[in-house]
Design a protein around this ligand. Structure first.
Ligand code: GLC
Length: 546
């Protein structure tokens, strides 16, 4: 990809894709790399700048591939390294970059390193993992997979010791105090960078090191090592990026940007539940609060914002009271709950209401940060709460109304997961082909948002300034960049709202970015309008002379 755009990620739109779920090219019931390659035209047509591809490494798939058994290969069900090379070339030809999941914190217990480590105390791999004779160490570290795990220590009969794991017991943590581990993981990254990828979504990074008397998260040692990775990338693969998965408060995530010398990007976890909260309450307070809590970040860094992903809608970053409220409002059936979150997709969470779905996407595309779309949410796919763990939000992509929603030609019993069959989310109602034909579809709306966003770098690079409106149901802000201001006004409520806004700093006649009509009635920042329930408007003012 072009070496001339070092800050390409600041204005990029990302798309998160699960190879297993996208398109099955060889009729074995699993999506695969050639299948994803075949569907690149679709992704290009949507306007995507960068794909985040979820783990495709060899894996027993006890955590859907986040349990890696070989860092240097591709899971046979998904394809081969050659097919991955082809995918990268085909994506780059279309101007689409690719970042891949890198799971540094742990391996699968099936990984050869762990097998050797547990079998022999003198193996050089013994010290690749964290062992103890008792379960007494690191007591202050929380348990993340609360529904399944009772402790971060598990006993291994063969090893005759306990091993440390922050996630499933089948995912032993690597020991980053061992320089060999640190070196090996740098080499793993080099291996994939050399194949031509554009960076990594670095999984679970707060937990790399453990220290007694701490909660074993965000430790200085962790930051020091992450800076080493960044330095390797800057020297050897400039233009490639690191995206941090650190489910933490903004002040803590801020540390992962360093002085612009650690991560290029970081997910903004706490903003996500508050978007849902504000929308359900018809009250901007919590969303506005978290945006105000978000510290500035270095010029060469960017937040990544999202509405949903492959995990539960996490409620780790809200108060206990808000968590209970979110569960009550968004997870009325107990099966929708998992750990500290909600395992549902975007469209069902919003009662499949097109007006709310459009508004929430408009928020995603106008708030500070680069947006990520989770595969299938651009067509409003549903979920299946009967499936185990978080699998209900990872069902096959619905391409058309044919057999298996056009995802695979195999018999339905062979699919890795069943297609959603219940109306209104079944392929008859939700599929790509029909939505491409319908100018009013969610897919076409999303495509339009992507296009507008990319034509207006103010969304990616501008600051945010709140507009002064008393009615808490209205969330209004300005995004300012150079001589341009985009005024964004959202009605978060189910009532019709009259909005009056005087922004004397703005001059000229704005353009409505969605309809592309000029609005002489809003000249010089005098805005007076009536918004329908959940309606929004984006008005662009350009200063002609300074
Ligand atoms: C990350 C992934 C999640 C996985 C966990 C353990 O949080 O998003 O899917 O289960 O790491 O690897």
């Amino acid at each position: 990809m072009s070496q001339k755009q070092p800050l390409w990620y600041k204005n990029a739109v990302f798309y998160q894709v699960n190879v297993r779920a996208f398109f099955d090219s060889n009729q074995d019931g699993h999506g695969d790399l050639p299948g994803l390659t075949q569907k690149l035209d679709y992704i290009q047509n949507l306007g995507i700048d960068c794909l985040w591809i979820m783990p495709f490494y060899p894996s027993p798939l006890k955590d859907d591939g986040y349990d890696i058994s070989d860092f240097y290969n591709i899971e046979a069900k998904y394809g081969t390294l050659d097919q991955f090379r082809t995918l990268i070339q085909a994506a780059h030809k279309r101007g689409i970059r690719i970042i891949i999941d890198m799971i540094m914190n742990h391996t699968s217990d099936q990984h050869d390193w762990f097998q050797q480590a547990r079998a022999d105390r003198n193996s050089p791999y013994r010290d690749f993992y964290v062992w103890s004779d008792t379960k007494d160490k690191y007591k202050e570290a929380r348990i993340i997979f609360l529904d399944t795990e009772e402790s971060n220590w598990s006993w291994d009969d063969l090893a005759q010791q306990y091993y440390w794991h922050r996630f499933y017991a089948s995912q032993p943590d690597l020991n980053y105090d061992n320089p060999k581990v640190r070196e090996t993981m740098l080499d793993v990254m080099r291996f994939w960078l050399k194949l031509g990828i554009d960076g990594f979504r670095a999984d679970a990074i707060p937990y790399l090191f453990e220290r007694e008397g701490t909660n074993c998260e965000n430790l200085p040692e962790t930051h020091a090592y992450l800076k080493e990775i960044r330095s390797m990338i800057d020297h050897e693969y400039p233009n490639c990026i690191l995206l941090a998965e650190a489910n933490q408060w903004p002040q803590k995530v801020r540390e992962y940007f360093g002085d612009g010398d650690e991560f290029h990007m970081g997910f903004h976890f706490p903003v996500m539940p508050r978007i849902f909260m504000s929308l359900k309450k018809g009250d901007r307070t919590s969303l506005q609060w978290i945006v105000d809590q978000t510290p500035p970040i270095p010029e060469n860094c960017q937040w990544c914002i999202f509405l949903r992903n492959h995990d539960e809608l996490t409620l780790e970053m809200v108060t206990e009271g808000d968590r209970q409220w979110m569960w009550q409002e968004y997870a009325p059936d107990p099966r929708m709950k998992i750990n500290l979150g909600i395992r549902r997709r975007l469209a069902p969470l919003l009662d499949n209401d097109p007006v709310k779905i459009r508004l929430i996407n408009a928020l995603l595309f106008s708030l500070p940060g680069a947006p990520i779309i989770y595969y299938g949410d651009e067509i409003g796919m549903g979920d299946n709460i009967l499936l185990f763990d978080r699998n209900g939000v990872r069902t096959p992509m619905q391409w058309d109304q044919s057999l298996n929603a056009g995802f695979s030609q195999t018999t339905p019993e062979k699919l890795y997961a069943p297609i959603i069959t219940q109306a209104p989310f079944d392929p008859e109602h939700v599929n790509v082909t029909d939505q491409l034909k319908n100018p009013d579809s969610l897919l076409n709306f999303t495509q339009r948002l992507v296009k507008i966003r990319k034509q207006n770098s103010t969304f990616g690079s501008g600051n945010l300034e709140w507009c002064n409106i008393a009615d808490l149901a209205i969330l209004a802000f300005k995004r300012n960049y150079h001589n341009e201001t985009i005024v964004v006004i959202n009605n978060l409520s189910d009532g019709v709202k009259e909005v009056r806004l005087k922004e004397p700093g703005l001059s000229g006649i704005p353009t409505d970015l969605i309809s592309l009509q000029s609005r002489p009635d809003f000249k010089n920042g005098n805005i007076q309008l009536v918004l329908d329930p959940y309606q929004f408007i984006w008005l662009k003012y350009e200063k002609l002379d300074d």
